[in-house]
Design a protein around this ligand. Sequence first.
Ligand code: PLP
Length: 403
Amino acid sequence: MAALTGMRGNDARWQDGRTFGMVYDAGPEAHAMLETVAAMFLHDNALNTMAFPSLARIQSEVVGITADLLHGPEASGFMTSGGTESILLAVKAARERCREERGVTAPEIVLPVSAHAAFHKAAHYFGLTIRRVPVLADWRADVVAAAEVVNENTVLVVGSAPQYPQGVIDPIPELAALAASVGANFHTDACMGGFLLPFMEQLGMEVAPWDFRVDGVTTISADIHKLGYAPKGASVILHRTKALRKHQTFVFDDWLGGFYASPGLQGTRSGLPMACAWAILHYLGTEGYQRLAQVTIDTHRRMVEGIRDIPGLAVLGEPEAHLVAMAIAPGYEEALDVFAVGDALQTKGWFHDRQTPPDSLHATVSAGNAPVIEEYLADLATCVGEVGGTRLTDRSTNYATLE
Ligand SMILES: *Cc1c(COP(=O)(O)O)cnc(C)c1O
């Protein structure tokens, strides 16, 4: 225990609200509840739900709750280990459907440059070609450019709600219509927005259309381990209908070990994140999520406004939900280096991801950041003053790492 405690000495201080992303904090009472549930389900295995019927029921209820939230009366799907697995499965399902229905053997994905890297991972794993689509000045996918690359090999068109880098919602109805025009799937990547946008809408905020109410949307990924405030390892992949879902699953009945049916990429599958996801959905309920959504959006708006008040800094685009890309304001590029600001913030315990292009610091705001947002903005102003014209030679960015 001492060794492990020691190893954690330099880990992100998310409990203090000083990490923008990676950990989503619904408060100490929620943690205590989740730790009890985690201990209950620590050893359970969803590989075979004949042995653990509780996990079959948990999965079915979590998927049902998510389908209701995303307005998919006939939607059907599974829990997965995270957004990446949900995306891999959406790509696999699109490939299988279009091979079966349209005979596509050289499948292509039409993918905005802002879409998550997990789609490239899926294309790499599963042998698809990506047709990249630029974004417009507002960082939304360029529908006209997408129309130019949609063709008879297109099996999937992708849009995000919101996209990760700048936090804007792509023109989902237009992109989904393009997909439908060639009989392809359309995936809304709502890994970030899936458990936030519905509650914003319920609170009366304006939210661009993105869910199953949009014609042509065939799959949606929504991460419970982000703004659903579950611990790591919980996402949902939904298909518009159960008939479409069959292209996702894998069944093999010619093995000495017996009949093998598997919804996702994992074999042995921990019950822990599944039970915790079920628990936090019920613990917070509609009221809890609305409260956290309001706090998150208020904090985000304050952050955007506070950044824009500091000379030399800018926020890219008009982020619609809870994401921020902080960059250097036009005209200040020589005078200030946003990565130097990021490193200075880190010495004060604040953690942002670096991203590029363009060079910017990313923040995923959630309720846990609310109590310290004024302290953050004060430190940010101090850091900008401190770094002055310092320009770092290390331009590396770090969304995710290998070792
Ligand atoms: C987080 C995220 C993903 C990937 O999800 P993981 O849970 O990290 O695997 C995909 N798309 C978007 C928009 C995301 O924010």
